[in-house]
Design a protein around this ligand. Structure first.
Ligand code: NAP
Length: 357
């Protein structure tokens, strides 16, 4: 009996140690009052996005929940207004799987919202579910849709600078490998989906990197943020029903809460002084080293050009040049030609705009 109690005590102690050191997220700090500022959070009706939007609303920002379902988006806006005591939380329709919907969102947003200070690309999928599209749905929702949205909203981000773009990426980018000959090929089956998810998250990290390069000197900075392993519906919604009662308690024990997962995206959106780290990847509210494939500036630029085509961006819709800034024969190592100090080496009327972050 004593041995049993001792074993249970040791197990509990080990769990508490693991929980506080590996599972629980450090809280973000950053700008306390966001009064007069506007933030857009995609996929904000659940999980990490909802908790991110809640914190922004608590700090006084006007928060636009960009969600694909009106019902879920309106319900989340209602909850967040109640919980934050901030009435400036609204829903706007955005389906990242549809380029037309992304354009419609941008048009409606630019028409009704005079400010954009923080853009958080949080929405994401890990599987196509029952949906069959003639394109790579994971890449479309996780990267191409956000890429197009960023382009369409950039003029407003620039006029509100200093402003920020946060791309919610994942440690899964470490397993990613971009094959530019078949970027948009539909994915079939769970193995291809897992691969495509990792590839799309690598695209997130490379996008933040290239965007930082393109936006140098504009006052708009961007960051890739890994929320950590989080107890959300992202993967659980796709496991068979009979397995869920087993997985839910396990997930509750060993994964972060969505609120914990929101801390690193919030850190990237709010922390003062991280502007020189624009383009970098953050986890646990710290800048983190990424593997060579995720700091390959030539691949990042190639992805940028390919993404423009896949997003249907025409000439004149992008002020930046497509010229390869990393020509083959330059002989310059990508890390040296990069502006990122990567290898560490280190719906209602709006209140009058106030000072930006
Ligand atoms: N959970 C983790 O362990 C983990 C780890 C690393 C990175 N991440 C990243 O964190 C982000 C948030 O994930 P989560 O864990 O909070 O998952 P989640 O609870 O499933 O949230 C995903 C959100 O994205 C929305 N969404 C899906 N498809 C969309 C579309 N076509 N257009 C617009 N919105 C769409 C979902 O809306 P519906 O409710 O309508 O489906 C939902 O609001 C994702 O980018 C994910 O890759 C998560």
């Amino acid at each position: 009996m004593e041995a049993l109690l001792l074993g249970a005590g040791l197990l509990l102690g080990a769990y508490v140690l693991i929980y506080y050191n590996l599972v629980k997220a450090p809280p973000c700090g950053g700008i306390v009052s966001l009064r007069g500022r506007t933030a857009v959070v995609t996929g904000a009706n659940s999980g990490i996005g909802k908790m991110t939007a809640l914190e922004l609303a608590r700090r006084g920002a006007r928060v636009v929940l960009a969600c694909r379902s009106r019902e879920r988006g309106e319900a989340a806006a209602f909850d967040l207004r109640q919980e934050s005591g901030n009435n400036e939380v609204i829903f706007m329709a955005l389906d990242l799987a549809s380029l037309a919907s992304v354009r419609a969102f941008a048009t409606a947003f630019l028409r009704s919202e005079p400010r954009l200070d923080i853009l958080i690309h949080n929405a994401g999928i890990s599987s196509c579910g029952q949906i069959r599209e003639p394109f790579n749905l994971l890449l479309r929702v996780n990267h191409i849709g956000p890429f197009l949205l960023t382009h369409l909203l950039l003029p407003r981000l620039k006029t509100c600078a200093p402003s920020r773009v946060v791309v919610v990426a994942s440690a899964a980018h470490r397993r990613g490998r971009l094959d530019f000959t078949r970027l948009d090929r539909p994915v079939v089956g769970w193995q291809q989906e897992l691969r495509a998810y990792a590839d799309s998250k690598l695209a997130n990290v490379l996008f933040a990197r290239e965007l930082a390069t393109q936006l140098e000197g504009t006052g708009v900075t961007c960051y890739a943020a890994h929320p950590g392993p989080v107890n959300s519906d992202l993967f659980l919604r796709h496991v068979p029903g009979w397995l869920r009662p087993l997985l839910h308690p396990l997930a509750w024990l060993v994964l972060r809460t969505p609120g914990g997962g929101a801390q690193t995206p919030l850190y990237c959106a709010l922390q003062e002084g991280i502007e020189p780290l624009s383009g970098r990847y953050f986890a646990n509210c710290h800048v983190e080293e990424v593997p060579p494939a995720a700091r390959d500036d030539r691949a990042a630029h190639r992805l940028w050009v390919a993404s423009k085509k896949l997003a249907g961006l025409g000439l004149g819709e992008d002020a930046e040049s497509d010229e390869d800034p990393h020509p083959e024969d330059s002989g310059t190592p990508s890390s040296l030609s990069s502006p990122h100090p990567e290898e560490p080496t280190v719906s209602e009327p709006h209140p009058s705009p106030q000072s930006p972050p």
